[in-house]
Design a protein around this ligand. Structure first.
Ligand SMILES: NC(=O)c1ccc[n+]([C@@H]2O[C@H](COP(=O)([O-])OP(=O)(O)OC[C@H]3O[C@@H](n4cnc5c(N)ncnc54)[C@H](OP(=O)(O)O)[C@@H]3O)[C@@H](O)[C@H]2O)c1
Length: 233
């Protein structure tokens, strides 16, 4: 399926476990993929995907307003879709948490998503051709869970932002949705939870399929959804 041919798509966090799977799938669907990489580590992780339609810009901190604007400006075209995977996680009881944990989660999960939504929406509205925005929330934003007091509120903010923008950008033909993964099957999670049932965890390739559908022109009707991607967990 080549449904993204000649369409520009931004993928933040494209060097991470889920982001890499999203980038790979979009390239297979012929998209021009633009990834803001935080550091060299991110860019290196994408080096295996040798494709002239993959454009990686190193040294972009997505929690920095000026850097986000400069990145989107540098694409040189309005993106058809903007997929905001960048983010992070912290676990622990609230009594042991530092305020800096909340601030770090805010920057990684909320500021990065908010700034990229704004940069994408500005350009999509100006181009007047519609578009798609896909954010990444998380299951604890929807289903109560213990020990995620610094994390869950930031992913709930991503969900709230998604629902509001889906209404705000409707008339511009920009469909805004999010996915909410449960714990995904990644090497980092396997290392952190060696006794868990890995088979029950959603695979990043499966979550990427849902994201890429929501970002595609084939998604003619789904708007304002926070899609659970829980697999068997
Ligand atoms: N893994 C899970 O089980 C799980 C479950 C639910 C939701 N999620 C969410 O799903 C998304 C992807 O998860 P993942 O496991 O694939 O994470 P990951 O491998 O850690 O990837 C996250 C990516 O975001 C980038 N990033 C973070 N802060 C950034 C910033 N300020 N500027 C630029 N890039 C930044 C990271 O860059 P660096 O590596 O250079 O820091 C990394 O490339 C995240 O939003 C996460 O919260 C994950």
């Amino acid at each position: 399926m080549k449904d993204f041919a000649e369409r520009h798509v931004v993928v933040t966090g494209g060097g991470g476990f889920l982001g890499h799977a999203v980038v790979e799938l979009l390239l297979a669907r012929n998209a021009e993929v633009h990834v803001p990489a935080f550091g060299e580590k991110d860019a290196k992780r994408l080096a295996d995907l040798k494709d002239e339609r993959l454009h990686v810009k190193e040294g972009v901190d997505l929690a920095d307003e000026a850097q986000v604007e400069a990145f989107y400006e540098g694409i040189g075209a309005a993106p058809w879709a903007s997929v905001h995977v960048a983010g992070g996680f912290v676990w622990g009881p609230i009594v042991d948490a530092g305020f800096e944990d909340l601030e770090r989660m805010w920057r990684m999960n909320v500021a990065s998503c908010w700034l990229c939504c704004r940069a994408a929406a500005r350009r999509m509205k100006e181009a007047g051709e519609g578009g798609r925005i896909v954010n990444v929330s998380a299951k604890p934003a929807l289903v109560p869970a213990p020990n995620v007091a610094a994390y869950a509120p930031t992913k709930a903010a991503v969900a709230g932002l998604t629902l509001g923008l889906a209404e705000e950008l409707r008339d511009a033909g920009v469909w805004v949705n999010a996915v909410a993964p449960s714990i995904m099957d990644t090497p980092a999670n396997r290392e952190a939870m060696p006794d868990a049932d890995f088979d029950a965890w959603p695979k990043v390739e499966g979550v990427a399929e849902t994201i890429v559908f929501l970002a595609s022109p084939r998604n003619a009707t789904t708007r304002g959804a926070i899609v659970p991607v829980y697999g068997g967990s």
